[in-house]
Design a protein around this ligand. Structure first.
Ligand code: ADP
Length: 242
């Protein structure tokens, strides 16, 4: 009998665990993402969502487990692995007293991007900040800061984008702009993992939904198999079941 081979995943996580002293923040995460998938992760405070994103982003070391992006193993090819990803987190990593362009040029040079100025201007254009390139980052509104942070995360043209609560502190207009930008990235076939408390924003953007509770992925489903009207109910059921 012919066996059909499943396409190899873009991101593969196996048996991932993380302890902070005696606290087990992640208790065995297994996850495969196909290229271009957009996973939205939900979960209560303290579930381990930020820990998971930080480990994938190499900002934190796991206690055990394996992570691979295509052929690049986090342990064996950390540099190649890192070059494939970008992260948008609560920390903006933006220098308040540098202009928008200076901020991006600084990081572009740091990442070894070719022609830092050209690339930085291109990205400011993409996130609709080109008109403000000479403005000091410290004078930006929260929504504009967020766009600059996204531009910074995209400097190395990452295939995998990690977003930790990107909607926090954004007003409806800024949230709409961010939504458009995420849609654009998704259309560019980037693979995306986003952590958010905003069920509505998560639902509209993602192709797959996951729920993390007390360090375990208790639910993972393709969005087309989910009834949006009952997802909130399902979310609370999952919280209570653990
Ligand atoms: P979430 O992002 O879902 O709110 P976190 O990943 O921030 O969850 O935290 C998961 C658990 O790990 C929580 O109980 C939190 O208190 C704990 N934790 C997170 N970071 C640290 C740390 N640096 N030292 C000790 N405990 C931590």
């Amino acid at each position: 009998m012919m066996t059909k081979l499943a396409p190899s995943p873009f991101l593969s996580i196996r048996g991932l665990r993380k302890s902070y002293g005696s606290l087990e923040a992640l208790r065995g995460i297994n996850l495969d993402l196909a290229p271009g998938e957009f996973l939205c992760l939900f979960g209560p405070n303290g579930a381990g969502k930020s820990t998971l994103l930080k480990i994938i982003a190499t900002l934190l070391r796991p206690s055990s487990g394996k992570i691979r992006i295509l052929d690049d193993d986090l342990e064996n090819n950390p540099q190649e692995y890192r070059a494939r990803l970008g992260m948008v987190s609560h920390q903006s990593f933006v220098y308040q007293d540098l202009t928008l362009l200076e901020n991006l040029e600084f990081y572009a040079a740091l990442y070894g991007v070719k022609d830092p100025r050209q690339r930085s201007l291109e990205l400011l254009e993409q996130v609709n900040l080109a008109d403000h390139y000479e403005m000091l980052a410290g004078n930006l509104s929260r929504g504009m800061q967020q766009r600059l942070t996204i531009a910074r995360a995209l400097l190395n043209d990452p295939e995998l984008l990690l977003l930790d609560e990107p909607y926090t502190g954004l007003d409806e207009h800024a949230a709409r702009v961010l939504r458009g930008q995420l849609q654009w990235l998704h259309d560019q076939q980037r693979t995306i993992i986003m952590v958010t408390h905003n069920l509505r924003r998560g639902m509209e953007a993602a192709t797959r939904m996951g729920i993390l509770v007390r360090g375990k992925l208790v639910y993972l489903q393709q969005k087309e198999n989910i009834d949006p009207a009952s997802f909130e109910e399902l979310y609370f059921q999952k919280l209570e079941a653990v």
